[in-house]
Structure formats: C-alpha cells, structure tokens
Write a new protein. Structure first.
Length: 403
C-alpha cells in the first residue's frame, strides 16, 4: 500500500487527476489539524465512503431514505476519486463531503477520531485495511453494501488469503447475490446478507423524475421519423463502431455521450466524425435541423438521456469493462454492449432474458443494432421487467442496519 500511495505522489507531478487526488486528501487532514472545519459537529454521523461517482449513486438511495426518515441524522460522504469528489462536493443531503485521506494508520486514526461516526458504510469494492482496523479498534460498526464476490478475486487466491481475514471486520456484508454469500460462507465468512443491488432502486427514481433536456427535444423533433440511439460512457472503440453504423444507416440519429471529455478524446471524436456533429453546448433549435449526431460535451445528463432513446448503447465493453447498463434498461429500451461484460451480473442476466445484445465485431454489432431497433418495444419491455424484478435492496439493507 505504501508503494501505491508513493506512486500517486510521483504521478501527481505529471498528471492533473493524480494532483487533485493528492492535494484533496492532504486538504482533509489539514482541515482537521488546523480546525478549519468543526468536525465535532459531525460526531455521531453515518459515514459513507465511495470510490467515485458510480459507487456514490449506489449509496444515494440509502442516504436519501435516512435523511427523509431521520432528518436530524448527520451524513458524511468521502471519495477516493477526484471525479467523484468534484461532481458531488456540493451534494445537498451531506453534512460533509471530503476526500478520503490516504489509508495509512496515522491518517486513519486522525480521520476516524475527528469524525467519530456512529457507523461506517463502504460501497462495493472499498477495502482500506488501515480504516477498517481503526474503526474496529474504536468499536464502530462497519458495513459494506452492494458487494459482489467471485472465485478469481484476491480474497480467494492462495496468495491473498491473508486479506480474507479483513472481511471479518465487517459487522455485516450486504451482497448482491446468493453466489457471493455461498462463496464467503465456504471461507468461514458468515456475517453475510443477500440484499441485492441498490442501483436498481436509484435508476427507478431517476426514471420517475428524469430531466427534460431541451436541446435533445429539438434534436428529436427535427425529424421524428428517425429512431434515436443514445450511446453512453463511450470510448474510441465504441465510437468507431457507431460512426461506421451511422455512415450506412440513414434512418437513425445518435446522441453520443463520451466517458471522458478530455481535449484529446474530443479531438479524436472530431477527427473520426470529420466534424459532422453538433455539440450540446452549441445547440440551438435552428441548427438541430442539420445534424444526425449530437455530442454531449457536459456531465450529469446521461441517466436522463436514455428516456429519448429507442436503443441504448453502453460503452467500455472493449476496455476494462462496461459501464452502467441498468440506467438505460430502466427506461424500457434494449441495451447493447461489447464483449467485456462477464464481471457484471446484471449484464449477463439481461442477455439471458433477451433484453440485451453483445458483440465482438462490427458485423455482429450491425446485426444486433438492426434487430434492437426493429424490436425496440418488445425487447424494451423485457428490460423494464428485469429492472423491476431487482428492486428492494434499499429496504433490505435498512431493515437490518441499526443506524
């Protein structure tokens, strides 16, 4: 762990994101030491820790229910990732939002002692030994939500068995499925509850109250005969497939939402599409009549954009893994994604119930997209039914949590 944090310090000399992370976590410790924030006012809070914004969205249904049912309860949220912190640092239901200081024993002691939480809730993949040890030593309940476990993970390899013991520090592990519970129990981890995935509860809330995004409405109304594909969290391999499809299929429009809005990525999209798109930031009702591709060059809209789609495309399947498929499925549309989806329970289940398609080549993608567009309503109903069948994780967790 020391070498990991040392690498981040070195990387911060050259990388802007790493620099934000290093400065941010240092600022938390500085605020505690110098009394720049009244941490005593936060004593007894429920502390939620999320790696980034995606994990935060999984915690959000719990936070919102807690604040609704116990408005006096203090909530603190910490992030490891700069993208998570920067997007949610002004979250109105949190009484404090901080970068998590690097997980050294010293930092953990300073932070936990300053905060004095009544409970700590980590989301999905967050296992920081120093914090877990400090919380355990101070007799503070620790929970993990939305966790999922597979035999190939570090905990269950012969060289990672020592790490398995830290799972015993949790008061309760709330896991997504019965397979995870069975695997843990095979390794003598018994404080496990199958609760499901709170993301389903979150996306349903978004679906009930989606944002109305006027430029997209203009885009659709300019030619309502053309079906709309919303492609979310895309990378260049995804964009190349979509560009090729758009070149040979005149009956569709594309709303493109890149995963990263760096200058390099946007320049790559510009070169690929030869500039033949309209930026969201430059859209007017008039110029929407002259384009078939709308590039979303701002953040925070994707989860509502799927409401406008006949088909949703979820990026990342040709990289480390696909992004959030259920925020598309909840709007009752079929979902397409690339081959790297095996770590995602919901993706496999949507494939099994005929609500999603996957592919490895352009030929497979074209066939899948044609089929999804032709049967959008039928397959979209399956997607919606799947999401509805997975609701209830928030209730399952709160029934057991004593907070």
């Amino acid at each position: 762990m020391f070498f990991y944090f040392l690498f981040l310090y070195i990387a911060s000399l050259f990388n802007a994101k790493a620099r934000l992370l290093v400065r941010g976590q240092r600022a938390t410790i500085t605020a505690i030491r110098k009394g720049e924030r009244d941490f005593a006012a936060l004593h007894g809070c429920v502390w939620f820790h999320a790696a980034s914004v995606g994990e935060f969205e999984q915690a959000r249904p719990l936070i919102e229910r807690l604040k609704r049912e116990k408005p006096q309860r203090k909530i603190v949220v910490t992030f490891f990732s700069p993208s998570g912190y920067e997007m949610r640092k002004s979250y109105s239901l949190a009484d404090g939002v901080f970068y998590l200081p690097f997980a050294t024993r010293r930092n953990a002691r300073i932070f936990v002692s300053a905060l004095k939480p009544s409970a700590a809730i980590f989301v999905k993949y967050e296992y920081w030994k120093a914090y877990m040890s400090e919380l355990k030593m101070q007799d503070i309940p620790i929970y993990i939500i939305d966790a999922i476990y597979r035999p190939e993970q570090l905990f269950f390899r012969w060289w990672g068995k020592w790490y398995l013991n830290y799972l015993k520090y949790f008061t309760t592990l709330f896991v997504q499925d019965a397979r995870s519970k069975q695997l843990l129990e095979q390794h003598n981890i018994t404080n496990v509850v199958v609760a499901g995935d709170t993301r389903f509860d979150r996306v349903l809330e978004i679906c009930k109250n989606p944002k109305t995004i006027e430029p997209v409405t203009w885009f659709i109304n300019a030619d309502s005969a053309q079906k709309v594909i919303v492609a979310g969290s895309t990378w260049m391999p995804d964009e190349k497939l979509l560009y090729r499809y758009m070149c040979t299929h005149e009956n569709v429009k594309l709303v493109l939402v890149p995963h990263e809005l760096t200058t390099e990525h946007l320049n790559g999209i510009f070169n690929l599409f030869e500039g033949r798109f309209m930026r969201y930031s430059e859209a007017t009702e008039q110029n929407m009549h002259f384009c078939r591709v709308l590039l979303i060059d701002t953040v925070g809209l994707l989860s509502s954009l799927y409401r406008y789609a006949a088909v949703g495309y979820v990026g990342g399947g040709f990289g480390d893994g696909i992004h959030n498929t259920i925020e598309a499925a909840t709007f009752g549309i079929p979902v397409l994604f690339g081959p790297n989806h095996n770590k995602f329970r919901e993706a496999k289940q949507m494939l099994d119930c005929g609500a999603a398609y996957t592919f490895r080549s352009y030929e497979q993608f074209e066939k899948a997209m044609d089929n999804a567009l032709q049967h959008s309503e039928e397959y979209g109903k399956r997607a919606k039914q799947y999401v509805e069948s997975e609701l209830g994780a928030t209730d399952n967790i709160l029934r057991i949590l004593n907070i």
